[in-house]
Design a protein around this ligand. Structure first.
Ligand code: SF4
Ligand code: SF4
Ligand code: SF4
Length: 290
């Protein structure tokens, strides 16, 4: 039985919460467990009934399901559908769940069988095109980031528990970056998606001298045309923009509008290169199909 909490005499619900993972690195869940300073307060706020990374007990009765990871196997569709059926509120936790995340990098290769062979060789493994959760079930709330920001999860869970409307920042990362009094990285020769990316991470990367890669997806009024102009003004080409826009999946529709220009720029390269129109530098994007 859940212990009844109250705030200023008003009874609060203590929802039963389950954490689940599909295809992911489990880094978002780990973020929560790492939060030692406030972990006990967080655990008082909710009753965790399912959290494979943190406990061995299991239960299928929960009010809120936090689902990390993207769908990359057919059995994950069944599992996700079951979680959805059991939960009153389903939360997509992290960029993999919201947009496909880094997993969706493979979707840009037109021959997924070739990708599978490159990565797994002859190891028998089932894998398909990557999808965010919302492609299969209703998602009530999204928590962005790769990984998520633990302070943000605590704020959102608190809002849910006390019945407040959950809000995300509508402004871009640049606002937080400026509030932190950082020198703009463009002035230091580094590209950055801060002008178009949803804030909420406290400009995590630019504050550590790393350009933003857009892991939280687009801000409400993301102006990609202006971003292109800024990038070109500072000497970065269309492929550099695409590398970043495609990395986490949140900018998929924007990247689609840029991609044809990029293909045109690649027209001088061997025909097979067009099978991989662009790529994050961390994957062998320019490898030819054998
Ligand atoms: S969003 Fe990032 S940290 Fe979270 S599970 Fe996906 S890859 Fe890992
Ligand atoms: S470093 Fe990036 S986030 Fe910071 S002000 Fe420049 S463009 Fe914006
Ligand atoms: S600065 Fe950009 S890439 Fe870095 S955590 Fe924030 S949104 Fe993600």
């Amino acid at each position: 039985m859940s212990e009844q909490l109250s705030y200023l005499g008003v009874p609060l619900a203590r929802p039963k919460v389950g954490f689940f993972e599909l295809s992911s690195c489990e880094g978002c869940q780990l973020q929560l467990l790492n939060n030692e300073a406030t972990l006990l307060d967080f655990l008082n706020l909710v009753e965790i009934v399912n959290f494979r990374e943190g406990m061995s007990e299991r239960a299928d009765t929960y009010d809120i399901a936090f689902v990390e990871g993207s769908v990359t196997r057919k059995d994950e569709i069944t599992r996700l559908t079951e979680i959805r059926r059991n939960a009153k509120i389903l939360v997509a936790l992290g960029s993999c769940a919201c947009f496909g995340g880094v997993n969706q990098l493979k979707n840009r290769f037109r021959d997924l069988e070739w990708v599978k062979k490159e990565v797994y060789g002859d190891f028998p493994i089932e894998t398909m095109e990557v999808h965010p959760l919302a492609d299969f079930v209703q998602v009530d709330l999204s928590i962005f980031g790769c990984p998520i920001k633990k302070e943000e999860v605590e704020r959102i869970v608190t809002d849910l528990v006390v019945g407040k409307t959950v809000r995300h920042p509508e402004y871009p990362v640049c606002m937080e970056c400026k509030a932190n009094e950082n020198i703009c990285l463009f002035e230091l020769g580094e590209p950055c998606l801060g002008p178009v990316t949803r804030a909420g991470c406290d400009a995590w990367c630019p504050s550590n001298r790393r350009g933003c890669w857009g892991c939280r997806g687009p801000a409400e009024t993301a102006n990609l045309t202006e971003l292109e102009k800024i990038m070109h003004t500072y000497g970065f080409d269309s492929e550099t923009i695409l590398d970043r826009l495609e990395c986490f999946g949140g900018f998929a529709s924007f990247a689609d509008t840029l991609r044809p220009k990029n293909i045109a720029e690649l027209s001088s390269l061997p025909a097979q290169t067009k099978l991989i129109p662009s790529g994050c530098k961390k994957v062998p994007a320019r490898r030819k199909k054998p």
